[in-house]
Design a protein around this ligand. Structure first.
Ligand SMILES: Cc1cc2nc3c(=O)[nH]c(=O)nc-3n(C[C@H](O)[C@H](O)[C@H](O)COP(=O)(O)O)c2cc1C
Length: 164
C-alpha cells in the first residue's frame, strides 16, 4: 500500500517498527533533578565538533529536566541490559531512584549519570533544543566519551529487543 498523504500515526508506527535501532538510556542530573529515559530516537549529527541529538516526548513534563539541567548522557546499551531498557521505559513501574538502583553509575564530564557497562557513552552539554510536533529535539556537544570493550549491541526491532 502506497500512501502519499494523510498517513495515519498507526501506519507510521507500523512502518517504523521495521527500523532496527540502537537502544539508549538518556540520563541527566543537576539542579532540576535526576532522570533517565529509554530512547531509540537518538543519532549522530556531526563528528566536528562531536554532536548528537535525541528526541524526547515533550508532553511528559518530567522530560523538562533534561532542558533545565542543560546536560545529558546517552548510554548506548549492550546485550544483557534489557532489564535497564525495560525499567527506564516505565514498563516495570519502578520509581526513578529504583531504576537507577538497578546498576552502578558514575560520571564523566557533565555530572549526568553514566553507565560503566554500556556499549558506548556520550556525555553531552546541551547546546540547542527544538520543539517539533510532540517531541523536543535535544542537541548535545559531546564533552566526554567511553567505549565498552568486546560488547554486543542491544537493538530494538519489530517491537522487541534483539541482539546483533
Ligand atoms: C524501545 C523504546 C524506545 C523508546 N524511545 C523513546 C524515544 O526515543 N523518545 C521518547 O521520548 N520516549 C521513548 N520511549 C518511551 C520512554 O522510555 C517512556 O515514555 C518514559 O521512560 C516514561 O517515563 P516515566 O515512566 O518516568 O514517565 C521509548 C520506549 C521504549 C520501550
Amino acid at each position: 500500500m502506497l500512501k502519499t498523504n494523510d498517513v495515519a500515526p498507526q501506519d507510521y508506527r507500523n512502518a517504523m517498527a521495521h527500523f532496527a535501532g540502537a537502544v539508549h538510556v538518556i540520563t541527566t542530573d543537576g539542579a532540576a533533578g535526576r532522570r533517565g529515559v529509554t530512547v531509540i530516537a537518538a543519532c549522530s549529527v556531526s563528528d566536528n565538533p562531536p554532536t548528537v541529538l535525541a528526541c524526547l516526548n515533550r508532553q511528559n513534563p518530567s522530560n523538562d529536566l533534561f532542558l533545565n539541567n542543560g546536560v545529558f548522557a546517552l548510554n548506548t546499551l549492550a546485550a544483557g541490559q534489557e532489564e535497564l531498557a525495560n525499567a527506564f521505559s516505565g514498563l516495570t513501574g519502578l520509581s526513578q531512584d529504583e531504576r537507577f538502583g538497578l546498576a552502578e553509575w558514575d560520571t564523566i564530564s557533565t555530572g549526568a549519570p553514566t553507565l560503566p557497562g554500556a556499549l558506548a557513552v556520550f556525555d553531552c552539554q546541551l547546546i540547542d533544543a527544538k520543539e517539533l510536533a510532540t517531541h523536543r529535539i535535544y542537541f548535545g556537544k559531546v564533552t566526554g566519551l567511553r567505549i565498552g570493550a568486546n560488547l554486543k549491541p542491544l537493538l530494538y526491532h519489530d517491537r522487541g529487543y534483539r541482539i546483533l
